[in-house]
Write a protein that binds this ligand. Structure first.
Ligand code: PEP
Length: 253
C-alpha cells in the first residue's frame, strides 16, 4: 500500500524562533492526536537543525526545500544534500516551480540534484506542473511528462522507492485557485500511467503522488477522496498549525 503524505512547504517564511515555535506546535498537536498519514514539514535551511530537535520524527518528519546540484566545494552560499541530511532531515523538495521560474533550475540541474539527494539518503518530493497558458493549450500532459523524463525517469527502480511525486499546476500555487478534484485526479492518474509505462504497474501502484496548489482544510477531503491522490504538498496553509492539522485530518474522514 502506498504511503499517504501531507507535506508542508514553508518557503521563505518564518524567522528561526517563529519556525521553531510553529514546528513545536505542529509536533505537539500530532503527537497528541496521531495522524492517519505521513506528515513532513519542509523548512528553510537555517531552521533544519533546530527544528529537528523539537520534532518526534516518528510522527512528523523533516525536509528541506532545496539542495545544491554539486557535491561539495567552492560554491559560496550553497547547501549540499549531505549537509541537509546531517541536520536530521529525511526529505528534500526538488523541482518546485518557484525554483524553476525564479532561479533558472533546468531539467539537467534538477537531475543532478535528485541524484545527489538520493545518494545522500534523502527522499525526494519531486514537483511537476504546467502553467496556465500550457493548460489552456491542452499541453499539461506533455509538459509534466517532459519534466519527469528530464529529471527522474532515468532512475533505477530501487532509487525510485525514494521518490514522491507532487503535481502542482502553477496556476493554482498561492493563487487561491485550486484545481478541481477531477482535474487533479485526471492528471495524477495520467502520471501514474506513465510511471507504470516506465517502471511497471506494481511500482506505479506503490508510488505516492501528491497534489499541491491552494489546498486547504475545506477542499482537502474532496481531493484526498480521489483514488490517485495520495495527499498534498501544502504552501500557505502549512504556516498555521491549526490549518495544517485541518488538512492532515482529511485522512480521518
Ligand atoms: C506550494 O508552493 O508547494 C504550494 C502548494 O503552495 P500553496 O499551497 O500556497 O498554493
Amino acid at each position: 500500500m502506498r504511503k499517504k503524505i501531507v507535506a508542508g512547504n514553508w518557503k521563505m517564511n518564518e524567522n528561526l524562533q517563529e519556525g521553531i515555535a510553529l514546528a513545536k506546535e505542529i509536533n505537539d498537536m500530532l503527537v497528541a492526536d496521531k495522524p492517519h498519514c505521513g506528515v513532513v514539514i519542509c523548512t528553510p535551511f537555517i531552521h533544519l537543525a533546530k527544528v529537528a530537535d523539537v520534532l518526534d520524527q516518528r510522527v512528523v518528519e523533516l525536509g528541506a526545500e532545496n539542495c545544491a546540484d554539486k557535491d561539495k566545494g567552492a560554491y559560496t552560499g550553497e547547501v549540499s544534500a549531505a549537509m541537509v541530511k546531517s541536520t536530521g532531515a529525511q526529505y528534500v523538495i526538488l523541482g518546485h516551480s518557484e525554483r524553476r521560474q525564479y532561479y533558472g533550475e533546468t531539467a539537467e540541474i534538477l537531475k543532478e540534484k535528485v541524484q545527489l539527494a538520493l545518494a545522500n539518503g534523502l527522499k525526494v518530493i519531486f514537483c511537476c506542473g504546467e502553467t496556465l497558458e500550457e493548460r489552456e493549450a491542452e499541453k499539461q500532459n506533455e509538459v509534466v511528462k517532459a519534466e519527469l523524463d528530464g529529471s527522474v525517469f532515468h532512475l533505477t527502480a530501487e532509487e525510485w522507492k525514494n521518490i514522491v511525486l507532487a503535481y502542482e499546476p502553477i496556476w493554482a500555487i498561492g493563487t487561491g485557485k485550486t484545481a478541481t478534484s477531477d482535474q487533479a485526479e485526471e492528471m495524477l492518474a495520467y502520471i501514474r500511467s506513465i510511471v507504470a509505462d516506465k517502471y511497471g504497474k506494481d511500482v506505479a501502484e506503490d508510488t505516492t503522488i501528491l497534489y499541491g496548489g491552494s489546498c486547504k482544510a475545506s477542499n482537502a477531503p474532496e481531493l484526498f477522496a480521489k483514488p490517485n491522490i495520495d495527499g498534498g504538498l501544502i504552501g500557505g496553509a502549512s504556516l498555521k498549525a491549526a490549518d495544517f492539522k485541518g488538512i492532515i485530518d482529511a485522512w480521518k474522514k
